[in-house]
Design a protein around this ligand. Structure first.
Ligand code: ATP
Length: 352
């Protein structure tokens, strides 16, 4: 029996997670060995109690086979203190160093690019998830004065860089064209990016069957828009991965369709969350697209050894998209609930 900790979180995170949980309920009803427990860790709870995660909360989350998170973020907590404690700390403590962000165009009409088909946009970004400029190292000198100085450190360790590169190379081996692109900016970031470039060249030698090349981050942005079909696996650091995966999401229909997983392949721990945030602007309106959350649930099912169920969920999502059973972000008129229900209907009718 696979155990899942579900954290709906804030804003549309809670709305789309409700659809993912209905999906899990349907699959469990069919006999899939799944159990889950819901945790109300959120801005609401933080504001009410002053506590983001109770003592022992992180250890408890770590005891589940997988964690599913909607999204965290609330304008009433402007410094995102609760999100930092619940999500960022969990990512760091569980050492979830692989952030997998697949970019797949499910329907040609959803890309803003001209004359592109589903075959042209199908790649995966492996984003390093525990280092880079997001480790929170730095500080202010003379704050609040005209001489104020802000320093933000960029961390890159040999171990951290090597393990994500190896993971991406292994993944590239399983792709049809065995193509990998490593993205950095070592012409400008002479230290943190240089180690990426150096270790990349070393590791690439061990994978002669993988066609590996390097791109600067700015060139990668250009080529992703000009000709996304050349990409199959992209591996990069935390910051560039953050930016490139939003660009990738835009190429493939927007944030409402972008799933992601945070993994530690050594410990077997995984945290699954859609790429999008809590989108307070549309929270409560029923306009949130639940597909990213459902595709994220599919990634989690695959991780939990339920590959067949994962493939069925993906087919059901594709079928709904092909029939325009979608929310307003994709030009449809369905609510979050109705779009989620459309996917469930296709699944239970056996159409998927
Ligand atoms: P942050 O990324 O910092 O959490 P945020 O929560 O405002 O900020 P996102 O949720 O990432 O931002 O999304 C930005 C915008 O994209 C939203 O305001 C919304 O318009 C749109 N968007 C994101 N996710 C969805 C979704 N699932 N369905 C429909 N629109 C979405």
């Amino acid at each position: 029996m696979a155990s899942i900790a579900v954290i709906p979180g804030d804003g549309i995170g809670a709305e789309v997670t409700a659809e993912a949980v209905r999906l899990l309920e349907l699959l469990r009803g069919e006999g899939l060995p799944l159990s889950w427990r819901t945790f109300d860790y959120s801005a609401e709870r933080y504001l009410a109690t002053g506590v983001a995660l109770p003592p022992g909360g992180r250890e408890e989350l770590a005891s589940f086979d997988a964690i599913f998170l909607g999204a965290l973020g609330d304008p009433r907590v402007p410094d995102m203190a609760h999100a930092r404690e619940i999500l960022l700390e969990t990512r760091f403590r569980l050492d979830l160093y692989v952030n997998v962000r697949p970019v797949r165009l499910l329907h040609a009409s959803h890309t803003p690019l001209k004359d592109r088909t589903e075959r042209d946009i199908d790649f995966v970004i492996f984003r390093e998830n525990t280092e880079g400029p997001y480790v929170g190292a730095g500080g202010f000198l003379k704050p609040g004065t005209p001489d104020e100085v802000a320093i933000q450190e960029w961390l890159a360790t040999r171990k951290g860089v090597e393990r994500i590169l190896r993971h991406a190379f292994e993944a590239a081996r399983r792709r049809p064209r065995r193509r990998l692109v490593m993205v950095d900016k070592h012409n400008a970031l002479r230290f943190a990016s240089e180690i990426w470039h150096r270790v990349f060249r070393e590791v690439a030698k061990e994978y002669p069957d993988v066609e590996a090349r390097h791109l600067f981050a700015d060139t990668a942005c250009l080529l992703l828009v000009q000709d996304p079909s050349q990409f199959e696996v992209i591996v990069t650091d935390n910051l560039f991965g953050d930016l490139l995966s939003d660009l990738g999401a835009a190429l493939a229909g927007g944030l409402g369709l972008a799933p992601s997983a945070n993994l530690n392949p050594q410990t077997g721990k995984g945290l699954f969350e859609p790429v999008h945030g809590s989108a307070p602007g549309i929270a409560g309106t029923g306009r949130a697209n639940p597909m990213a959350a459902l595709l994220t649930a599919a990634m989690m099912l695959e991780f939990l050894g339920q590959g067949e169920a994962a493939a069925r969920v993906e087919r059901a999502v594709r079928a709904c998209i092909a029939e325009d059973l979608v929310t307003p972000d994709l030009g449809g008129s369905l609510t979050t609930r109705a779009a989620g229900q459309a996917v469930l209907d296709r699944l239970s009718k056996g159409a998927a």
